[in-house]
Design a protein around this ligand. Sequence first.
Ligand SMILES: Nc1nc2c(ncn2[C@@H]2O[C@H](COP(=O)(O)OP(=O)(O)OP(=O)(O)O)[C@@H](O)[C@H]2O)c(=O)[nH]1
Ligand SMILES: [Mg+2]
Length: 369
Amino acid sequence: MEEELFCIGCGAKIQTTQPDELGYTPQSALEKGLESGELYCQRCFRLRHYNEIQDVQLTDDDFLRLLNELGRKDALIVNVVDIFDFNGSLIPGLHRFIGDNPVLLVGNKVDILPKSLKKGRLIQWMKERAYEEGLRPEEVLLTSARKPHQMDELLAAIEKYREGRDVYVVGVTNVGKSTLINQIIKQTEGIKDLITTSRFPGTTLDKIEIPLDDGSFLFDTPGIIHRHQMAHYLGKNDLKIIAPHKEIKPKVYQLNAEQTLFLGGLARFDFIQGERSSFIAYVANEIMIHRTKLAKADAFYEKHVGGLLQPPRPEEVEDFPELVRFEFSLKEKTDIVFAGLGWVMVPGPAVIAGWAPKGVDVLTRKALV
Ligand SMILES: Nc1nc2c(ncn2[C@@H]2O[C@H](COP(=O)(O)OP(=O)(O)OP(=O)(O)O)[C@@H](O)[C@H]2O)c(=O)[nH]1
Ligand SMILES: [Mg+2]
């Protein structure tokens, strides 16, 4: 029997016969890869060198199989979430899948949060939300895989709770699992960017095992596709815009009742009732915000989506879901959170409507800043 080979970048099983399927690697590349000891499939090669994505879909069954496997292992589970999209990052029912295994909850991408944000409050909120979902993490940590930030703390926590066992890094797609593991590999082995990462959802395709010193393994896993993530509704070029790369600069708006803010063409914030006050938008710096009168907002969107209001780009407007309205009566300072996009801070009592593409959630939380 032939030895099974796996792509070190995405975990897919290597094959040389079907160019459109997972793990395809031309024979010549296979030979080169074996020689160098770093074997990447063609899809990873293209992603890594040209930032070009070749679509391959994993099915929900693939994820279910992976999740079910977790309950049967004796291991530490590291659940990575994107603090910018905490709700979009939660895996529904994760606590049921993992059995008695301990969990570390890691909020990644802290580098993009404004400095004014109180980290303690964020951690507290993550804890509360995790508990609501039935998840009881041993610890909640905030990291940046990109910066990198708090990696020593993460490594120490992993060592503390794994007690010689394997470690599974799990989470929905795009939260930065592979980037985080690359940082760990860089710190411990000195190898840079071993695993393929990208801004596109669905980068890692199968388990990737990284040997640890004591003979156990650290596993990267494919991200679970969570349909409430904004990323699934955007074209490839627009993904670059909504994923913030730099610290977010809060933008302040003095609004009167019956005024509307458009966050590009992706979301809409209506100030329906309340006293004139300062609202603060926390979204990627690249997203243009437009203010209109509430009464004219529908027509304004109709006319300008894909034009003045981008993303979506003109060629992607047709496939972009319609905006759906959620209304809230607020009693105190509150964040209106647009899953995967950011939030708008409402300073006091008000009636608000938040609109997001159909499928994406709008929710409220006690203001973080
Ligand atoms: N700003 C910021 N971006 C990050 C951070 N970590 C990862 N990213 C970016 O997030 C995107 C997704 O990163 P990946 O590591 O591929 O995410 P993943 O969770 O492995 O995704 P899948 O393999 O699809 O499950 C990439 O564009 C990363 O550069 C971080 O700490 N800060
Ligand atoms: Mg990955």
